[in-house]
Design a protein around this ligand. Structure first.
Ligand code: MF3
Ligand code: CO
Length: 248
């Protein structure tokens, strides 16, 4: 069921989103060669708690951490560990926080030191794909318009669109209806209405879209070992467009 949020609910979603955006901003300065993903996770946990929120991923279906930390060929759901970031890595931090029962969800890919052109390409064009999708967010358009815009941009830039994972509604649950796939046909799917809140999140790969899951049962990687990037904002559908709730 797709819910329409009241202005009071949007205010709480805005606050949750703001905390997520601030957490990204706070963590960005620590992303350097030598730091471990577990250290980033601890910083994120403490920061979110200090803002009066709780980390939504911690304990979600047994996920053991605050952050999803996905490095290089890891697409999503990487588990923080003693792995140290190295010069030339890219890392996606996927952050979800809950404030007074409402969630904010945003992922962003960061570079560690100096990265090669392939990774630069993935970062630049995956972020652009997110905003191509967001351009379609307004009342009267359909979910398929977002999906199609992302797929078209990705395909035009020879990137793979991961199909097994999709964007989603956000509210009192981290994952609500509707699904927001990163591929599909324009003019299809649920109609967008003012007050809907959705997370748009292209997960793109360099070349082929095939993925595998690691033995930890969480980490999703590209099958061919090529890099992946992931950019996500939670947005509210407004009278004539959208408002980014997870501003950075
Ligand atoms: N933003 C991620 C998603 O939408 C959050 C996953 S939390 C986890 O899938 F606990 F499932 F890792
Ligand atoms: Co999400």
């Amino acid at each position: 069921m797709i819910t329409i949020k009241s202005e009071e609910e949007i205010e709480l979603l805005r606050k949750a989103g703001e905390i997520v955006g601030e957490t990204h901003h706070y963590l960005e300065k620590f992303i350097k060669p030598g730091i471990t993903t577990k250290e980033l996770d601890k910083l994120a946990y403490d920061f979110i708690i200090s803002k009066g929120a709780t980390p939504s991923c911690l304990g979600y279906e047994g996920f053991p951490a605050t952050l999803c930390t996905s490095i290089n060929d890891e697409v999503v759901h990487g588990i923080p560990s003693n792995r140290k970031l190295k010069n030339g890595d890219i890392i996606t931090l996927d952050i979800v926080a809950c404030y007074k029962g409402y969630h904010g969800d945003s992922a962003w890919t960061y570079s560690v030191g100096t990265i090669d052109d392939k990774k630069k390409y993935m970062m630049e064009h995956t972020e652009k794909a997110l905003f191509e999708g967001l351009k379609m967010v307004k009342p009267g358009n359909r979910i398929g318009d977002i999906s199609h815009a992302i797929e078209e941009y990705a395909t035009k830039h020879h990137m793979g669109v991961v199909r097994e994972l999709v964007g989603h509604g956000v509210g009192t649950d981290m994952h609500e209806d509707p699904d927001v796939p990163n591929f599909g046909k324009a003019g299809t799917g649920p109609l967008l209405k003012e007050g809907m809140v959705i997370a748009v999140e292209p997960m793109l790969t360099y070349g082929k879209r095939n993925i595998c899951i690691l033995d930890d049962d969480w980490t999703i990687v590209t099958a061919d070992g090529e890099p992946s990037a992931h950019y996500e904002h939670t947005v509210a559908v407004t009278k004539d467009g959208y408002e980014i709730l997870t501003k950075r």
